[in-house]
Design a protein around this ligand. Structure first.
Ligand code: E4P
Length: 229
């Protein structure tokens, strides 16, 4: 399972990259406008923090295949390193994906709500597809089921495209898509912290420390007091 940060907040990204096994950063137009400064400067800052080996995802806004392809080339030219172009899956997007596959520009098909959108993007050469799990659930759909169906279809048709599941409201959805076969998921910074925080663990640590201190005094580390005689 690979984990991506769904944010353009450079402070939070720097923190998460230091603490967690982060494979890269995904952005979209809504995420970038929240930063309230020129988007290319934000993306360059993110690239500097994550380095050239982690993936950085940037979305196009064009409506036609030619516009999408032109934006994709621009994004790739401005952001060296492993940069992936996100394109919301429409008919024009499928055409753009075929064009970009010829040019070896890596693409993620995004805003996916149905298994066939994912299969068409994969057949057109997309490296990744991003099903929108919680947004499907909000439409009375079943995001986890769609991820599972995409995984099954990719397996039946031997498609190498990976599922990078996106849009989550809770950790249960995230775990369910992992079990359903998603290779990767992108989570907002708050959720990434929640993958490891659990109140019972904090209580256990308190108990361990109290027992240790009762025996060996106030030293809070195994380095502080070996209990040797
Ligand atoms: C990924 O980059 C998607 O755009 C994002 O995960 C959507 O999440 P949301 O539904 O919480 O906005």
């Amino acid at each position: 399972m690979r984990l991506y940060v769904d944010s353009a907040d450079v402070k939070q990204i720097a923190h998460l990259v230091e603490y967690f096994p982060i494979a890269g950063v995904t952005t979209n137009p809504s995420i970038l406008v929240k930063e309230k400064r020129p988007y290319l400067a934000v993306l360059k800052d993110i690239r500097e923090i994550i380095g050239e080996d982690r993936e950085l995802f940037v979305q196009t806004l064009g409506e036609t295949a030619d516009e999408m392809a032109e934006e994709a080339r621009f994004i790739i030219s401005k952001l060296p390193g492993k940069t992936i172009v996100k394109i919301p899956v429409t008919e024009e997007a499928i055409k753009a994906m075929k064009m970009l596959a010829q040019e070896k520009i890596p693409v993620l098909g995004t805003a996916i709500y149905t298994p066939f959108q994912a299969v068409m993007a994969a057949k057109a050469g997309a490296k990744y597809v991003a099903p929108y799990v919680n947004r499907m659930d909000n439409l009375n759909g079943n995001g986890v089921k769609v991820v599972s169906e995409i995984a099954k279809l990719f397996s039946i048709y031997h498609l190498k495209t990976e599922i990078l599941a996106a849009s989550f409201k809770n950790i249960q959805q995230a775990m369910d898509v992992c079990l359903a076969g998603a290779e990767a998921l992108t989570l907002s910074p708050d959720f990434i912290g929640k993958l490891v925080s659990y109140p019972a663990t904090v209580n256990d640590i308190k108990d361990f420390k109290a027992q240790w201190t009762a025996q060996f005094g106030s030293a809070h580390s195994v380095l502080g007091n070996y209990g040797e005689v």
